[in-house]
Design a protein around this ligand. Structure first.
Ligand code: FMN
Length: 362
């Protein structure tokens, strides 16, 4: 049985340990979506993670609806990300870019046009904009030429990620964003090849993975899902059959690793999880599986002992514990985070969380 401190290969990416930093939107990039020195300092502090999965990063202006989140569609963004990847590599870490199209969750104030989705639907609740929260607007269904264009945008962003020095990419297939809007049947009402049957609902994710794999090598590609929770209006009437079929497809495509945000308790947004899908996926998928949500050191060790997970990713604990790997190794207490600075702000609540020795000295 593997321990959290054993090395792990995710395709061509060699990890020194099995503690990954989950993707965390922190919104410090500014309106031009260009990463900066502050972000480089933040990621470098967390480089002892076996793998850092970057905060969700827009593949296009159309697909990015989160104020001050970063992008990867122009050269200034490539240069900005290079500050981050160089800083992480200098500290011996590994980092992949999480590639993001938000679909119907992009407000026109940010996306500059009517949002696009699998179907003509409107997300529940409110969008974050630079002028505060506003109701979402109805999306227009993607045409097949839109789909080709968006798949092309994923490819461009993946190439830019490699040009920026990332070790690979993770496609964001979780949390109710565009890939999830095609995958799960509460948001996809299409009657063409991209909707209806499970086979058809897998098509968009499959095409993105295949195209990105062809462009940068499948050994540098992973994908994330949130199979057993309701996310921003997206859920499925049959998660086990859907994600079992998906596991078979990922196996055929030779995708080397997946990350599942597989909750075992209600999320902070109040979503009650359904049964975990990872046991069924494990039987059909021979790639590496990282599991996420609500772990601390002891529960992560216990999950590893069950033999389904190859590694554990931690989100909130990494915000407030830059040296989380050492803390888990030493069974040291974890510092709590300040939720007020999770999604916006400056250096405070971002790069000022103490390392273990500093906490003791303070
Ligand atoms: C501040 C914050 C930002 C997040 N941003 C992202 C994101 O950019 N992409 C993503 O897939 N999930 C995102 N998530 C979800 C986390 O990756 C993770 O799934 C969630 O926090 C549960 O894991 P945890 O219990 O270890 O925190 C975010 C969560 C938080 C709290």
């Amino acid at each position: 049985m593997a321990s959290l401190f054993d090395p792990l290969d995710l395709g061509s990416i060699e990890l020194a340990n099995r503690i990954a930093m989950a993707p965390l939107t922190r919104a410090r990039a500014g309106r031009d979506a260009v990463p900066n020195d502050l972000m480089a300092a933040y990621y470098a502090q967390r480089a002892s993670a076996g793998l850092i999965i970057s905060e969700a990063t827009g593949i296009s202006r159309e697909g990015l609806g989160w104020p001050n989140a970063p992008g990867l569609w122009n050269n200034a963004q490539v240069e900005g990300w290079r500050l981050v990847t160089n800083a992480v590599h200098r500290e011996g870490g590994r980092i992949v870019a999480q590639l993001w199209h938000m679909g119907r969750l992009v407000h026109p104030d940010l996306g500059l046009a009517q949002p696009i989705s699998s179907s003509a639907t409107t997300a529940p609740d409110f969008a974050h904009t630079y002028e505060g929260k506003k109701p979402y607007v109805e999306a227009r269904p993607a045409t097949t030429s839109d789909i080709r264009r968006i798949v092309g945008d994923y490819v461009c962003a993946a190439k830019k990620a490699i040009a920026a020095g990332f070790d690979g990419v993770q496609i964001h297939g979780a949390n109710g964003y565009l890939v999830d809007q095609f995958l799960r049947d509460s948001a996809n009402f299409r009657s063409d090849d991209y909707g209806g049957s499970i086979e058809n609902r897998l098509r968009f994710a499959s095409e993105v993975l295949e195209a990105v794999g062809d462009a940068i090598g499948m050994d540098r590609v992973g994908i994330r899902f949130s199979p057993n929770i309701y996310s921003q209006g997206v859920e499925d009437s049959g998660p086990i059959p859907l994600f079992t079929a998906l596991a078979g497809r990922l196996e055929e495509l030779k995708v080397p690793w997946i990350e599942l945000r597989e909750a075992h308790q209600p999320t902070s947004a109040g979503a009650i999880p359904t049964a975990p899908v990872s046991p069924a996926m494990r039987k059909l998928y021979s790639g590496k599986i990282l599991l996420n949500s609500d772990y601390d050191g002891p529960s992560a060790r216990a999950r590893m002992a069950e033999g389904i997970a190859d590694g554990i990713s931690f989100g909130r604990p990494f915000i407030s514990n830059p040296d989380l790997v050492s803390r888990i190794a030493l069974r040291a207490p974890l510092s709590p985070g300040d939720v007020a600075t999770f999604y916006s702000g400056d250096a405070r609540g971002y790069i000022d969380y103490p390392m273990l020795g500093e906490a003791a000295a303070a």
